[in-house]
Design a protein around this ligand. Structure first.
Ligand SMILES: Nc1ncnc2c1ncn2[C@@H]1O[C@H](COP(=O)(O)OP(=O)(O)OP(=O)(O)O)[C@@H](O)[C@H]1O
Ligand SMILES: [Mg+2]
Length: 318
């Protein structure tokens, strides 16, 4: 696998805070890599280190095999970055601003006029190129922020929470824009929206409290976790004596019981790939439980995240 980005045992401490501990993962060339974690997990810190904005306290970061501390100019030239708080100048017109970015970004000075037009076109900014940035909607301002990351056609585009704070229509548009970038760029994007990763990413790294919980191609992580499955049942007339029977007759790893009024919600965590719904239904009915519903949860990113962070404590997710 050709690695566009590689982090090896990267750590970062701020006074009194360990933001990253032993962070190791890589981003495959040509992939759309989702970097997922709750608030304060260390996503922005990691991205700022990859882009060379802040130094790590320890460890190594490589961009296309070159150490970012040893070759900062060379590696920076290959990265376009949308930071968490993109510095947009409201009193500038869109085109003016992007030309300004191009001019100050002498590291990526190889931009031709065609590149510039193409970027405006790609980001849907042609029609607003002569408008003041401050008069644009948030969605359009975000397009401008993404456009500044694309100026100069960097091989890698790093986007820190590109859809945060946008309305649902703008979110869909920005996701489509990001998706369209995958042909020409390696993309690393952070988000705390779980299903966003499912929609646009092919690889994923989950970070929580500064530690990497899981990393790899989504389909591999998902098939790896097929060994456990979650089934939810809603029943009436639940009795605690049924619990040991379920543990005796099923390959149960865990059972979560939540009773409210006459209704009980059971969450079964089971080992194996077989569909145990018929078994569960059989046992419950024999125990005179009224079964109201039974659903098997497919293992998705949300479950991956839950599995990864269960012992680590939780973060806030949307
Ligand atoms: N400049 C700083 N000084 C001190 N602590 C910091 C600084 N920047 C970040 N931190 C701390 O480092 C940890 C990781 O923060 P970071 O901003 O990287 O997380 P994040 O995953 O990007 O979170 P969010 O989803 O809120 O953007 C947090 O505990 C944060 O408070
Ligand atoms: Mg952040």
């Amino acid at each position: 696998m050709e690695r566009a980005i590689e982090l090896i045992n990267v750590s970062k401490s701020y006074p009194g805070v360990t933001a990253l501990s032993d962070v190791t993962f890589s981003v495959k060339k040509g992939s759309v890599h989702g970097f997922l974690g709750p608030n304060g997990a260390g996503k922005s810190t990691t991205m700022n280190i990859i882009t060379g904005l802040i130094p790590p306290s320890g460890g190594t970061v490589k961009v296309f095999g070159e150490d970012v501390l040893e070759h900062p100019e060379k590696t920076k030239r290959r990265i376009g970055f949308l930071p968490e708080h993109a510095p947009l100048y409201g009193t500038m017109k869109v085109e003016e601003y992007l030309k300004f970015v191009q001019a100050i970004n002498s590291l990526r000075s190889t931009v031709t006029h065609d590149d510039f037009d193409e970027t405006l076109e790609l980001c849907g900014l042609k029609d607003v190129s002569h408008r003041l940035i401050k008069n644009l909607s948030k969605g359009y301002r975000q397009r401008v922020a993404i456009a500044q990351a694309l100026i100069g056609r960097p091989d890698i585009v790093i986007l820190d929470e590109p859809t945060v704070g946008l309305d649902p229509t703008a979110i869909v548009e920005i996701r489509e824009l990001i998706y369209s970038l995958r042909e020409k760029h390696t993309i690393l994007l952070s988000t705390h929206i779980l299903h966003e990763v499912n929609l646009i990413c092919d690889h994923i790294t989950i970070i929580n409290r500064g530690r990497i919980m899981n990393s790899g191609p989504i389909h591999e992580l998902q098939s790896g976790s097929e060994e456990t499955q979650l089934i939810q049942a809603e029943v009436m007339s639940w009795r605690d004596e049924i619990k040991p029977i379920l543990f005796r007759d099923l390959p149960l790893e865990d059972l979560h019981v939540q009773t409210k009024d006459d209704f009980t919600k059971l969450t079964f965590k089971l080992k194996g790939k077989d569909d145990y719904r018929a078994w569960i239904s059989d046992i419950l009915v024999k125990q005179n439980c009224q079964l109201l519903g039974l659903t098997k949860q497919t293992v998705d990113v949300e479950n991956l995240f839950k599995n990864a962070t269960e012992e680590e404590g939780k973060g806030r997710f949307q």
